[in-house]
Design a protein. Structure first.
Length: 324
């Protein structure tokens, strides 16, 4: 009777705890020699099909710390760094998207994995879409978390940021507190210990106690911009089962939280972004019934943080349904 009661209480706790962990140890940091780089990766353990989590741009896989523990009972969960970012160090042969994709394939080879599920956030959503097209035999299914946007006016980001911080100092180092404050404005209040860990991994502390972001490898940003302009992050052909989880009308929700004047000025741009977003998502859905687009109302761009349990539930259902 007591054991049964304990099991019920434990299940209730896990169902309500926002950051429930599969174990108290956290992921293991490992390294794999892939091509010309020494790729760091996280191994959360688990059993079942391999699932590779790919963070946006130069973020670290620690950002998935809320989601990964919810998946380890069904998958062997890994998280990877991009070449030229943080602990991966510089690469002698460049940082373009296709080289990053080749690193992902080489990562599978290094771990003797025939094929895996890939889940990418933001720009890495576009990365895993292209990966699936170029190497369909190595990709079982894909999931994207609020995939990179198209047709965002350059001035929108600058004007939104100006509304958030009217008197910014570009040279001022960031503290965790200032980073969190800006992040929560952009991301509808989302924050977690996983995001804090990602911030700490991507920054270094200065003698005065403030922090600054570690620089990307020279050439990383220019390669990223060149790939964006060439449309490589915005491919819409999807041949494998794919789940697109998206933050519904995110920029409209962001703008609605601003004071009245900037809200009035920015809302037309936010609505334009939302219309373009709908067209973008329709192009993914047009590939056929093997592609599923799921909008999440009120979610942030980091929906695997603020909606971790819902995201895990939808992933598990889709990946089980589309299992080959």
């Amino acid at each position: 009777m007591l054991l049964k009661m304990f099991a019920i209480l434990l299940a209730a706790f896990l169902a309500t705890s926002p950051n429930a962990q599969s174990n108290g140890d956290g992921p293991r940091l490992e390294f794999a020699e892939v091509g010309t780089v020494r790729m760091p990766y996280l191994d959360w353990g688990g059993s079942g099909e391999p699932l590779v989590l790919v963070p946006a741009r130069c973020e670290t896989p620690y950002v998935f710390g809320d989601l990964a523990p919810l998946l380890v009972h069904r998958f062997r969960v890994f998280g990877v760094w991009a070449r030229g970012c943080a602990a991966s160090g510089p690469a002698s042969d460049g940082y373009d998207l296709d080289r990053q994709i080749q690193d992902l394939v080489a990562f599978l080879d290094r771990l003797k994995i025939k094929s895996a599920i890939f889940a990418g956030h933001s720009a890495s959503g576009g990365k895993v879409v292209r990966l699936a097209r170029l190497f369909p035999m190595r990709v079982a299914r894909i999931v994207t978390f609020d995939i990179i946007y198209t047709n965002v006016p350059d001035r929108y980001v600058a004007e939104f940021q100006a509304a958030v911080a009217p008197n910014p100092s570009a040279a001022a180092p960031q503290s965790l507190e200032s980073h969190r404050r800006d992040f929560e404005v952009w991301e509808l209040g989302a924050w977690s210990s996983a995001l804090e860990r990602d911030f700490s991994e991507r920054t270094e502390r200065l003698p005065d106690g403030t922090t600054k972001f570690r620089p990307q490898a020279p050439g990383w940003q220019s390669a990223f911009i060149a790939d964006i302009k060439a449309g490589r992050y915005h491919e819409t052909t999807v041949g494998v089962p794919a789940l697109f989880l998206v933050a519904q009308d995110l920029d409209i929700e962001r703008v609605k939280r601003l004071p009245e004047r900037p809200q009035r000025e920015l809302l037309p741009m936010a609505e334009s972004i939302s219309r373009a977003r709908s067209d973008q998502l329709a192009s993914y859905q047009s590939n056929g019934s093997h592609v599923r687009v799921v909008p999440l109302a009120g979610a942030s761009h980091y929906l695997f943080v603020d909606r971790a349990r819902e995201v895990a539930k939808r992933m598990l259902a889709f990946l089980e349904e589309t299992r080959r």
